[in-house]
Write a protein that binds this ligand. Structure first.
Ligand SMILES: O=C(NCCCCc1cc2cnccc2s1)c1cc(-c2ccc(F)cc2)cc(O)c1O
Ligand SMILES: [Mg+2]
Length: 214
């Protein structure tokens, strides 16, 4: 059977990246996507902004919505302190299977819990299923029309505390207009736009960092 793009990306990692070395996994994926096939990883330019937000925050509990092949999962998890945990949700079982192998190749499987399913189903179950109190950081990178409803759902489920940070990918391309309008106009958030480019292209895109004020 024909291989899929995620499978070809996994093959590149297994052939070129060093086991247990997250930086080499990240570099291999970026090389693959620049020179072989585009893929919807956050990429290196926005990835550096992601890295700086994670490093500054030093979060203990992180939620990622949208794993895909695990590129941003590896970037985030490689920066977490020893006992910190990252829960990442992926809807597509095939993407999840590839991501598990890429996260394991990077040696980060002990810091990462990959959960398969839809955000709207799992967010209300986070506390009871995984013993989560609140998230210090949420990276939104899933269906663009789910950023706003899922943010409201996290508020309602008491998963955000004063100082929790939401970092949203693709707020320009493909775009999340209703989410942007909400976080930029709500008195409950301090929001900041980090201008960048769509991964591996010259098109404009950016990350929106929004601090929940409680
Ligand atoms: O769709 C994108 N990402 C979402 C995949 C959604 C799957 C999931 C839904 C879901 C629901 N619940 C839990 C987990 C999950 S995972 C995406 C698309 C582009 C793009 C594509 C074409 C283009 F021309 C220009 C940009 C760039 C990006 O950086 C992206 O992130
Ligand atoms: Mg994205």
């Amino acid at each position: 059977t024909q291989s899929t793009r995620p499978q070809r990306l996994l093959g590149a990692v297994q052939q070129n990246a060093t086991r247990g070395d997250p930086r080499s996994v990240v570099k291999t994926i970026d090389q693959f996507c620049k020179h072989k096939e585009w893929a919807m990883n956050v990429g290196d330019e926005k990835g550096c902004i992601l890295d700086s937000v994670v490093s500054e925050l030093n979060p203990a509990t992180v939620l990622e919505l949208g794993t895909y092949c695990g590129y941003s999962t590896v970037r985030i998890a490689s920066l977490l302190p020893p006992h910190a945990r990252l829960i990442t949700l992926e809807f597509n079982p095939h993407f999840a299977a590839v991501a598990r192998q890429i996260i394991a190749w990077a040696g980060l499987q002990d810091k990462v819990l990959l959960v398969e399913g839809a955000s709207g189903d799992w967010i209300p179950k986070m506390k009871e299923q995984f013993g989560v109190k609140t998230f210090d950081l949420v990276f939104l990178d899933h269906w663009k029309d789910r950023y706003l409803p899922d943010t409201k759902l996290m508020e309602e489920c008491g998963l955000l505390r004063k100082g929790s940070v939401l970092l949203a990918d693709n707020v320009v391309c493909p775009g999340t207009p209703d989410y942007l309008q909400y976080v930029r106009n709500s008195p409950r958030y301090n929001s900041q736009y980090f201008r960048s480019h769509l991964e591996y292209t010259k098109a404009e895109d950016g990350l929106e960092k929004s601090v929940f004020l409680g």
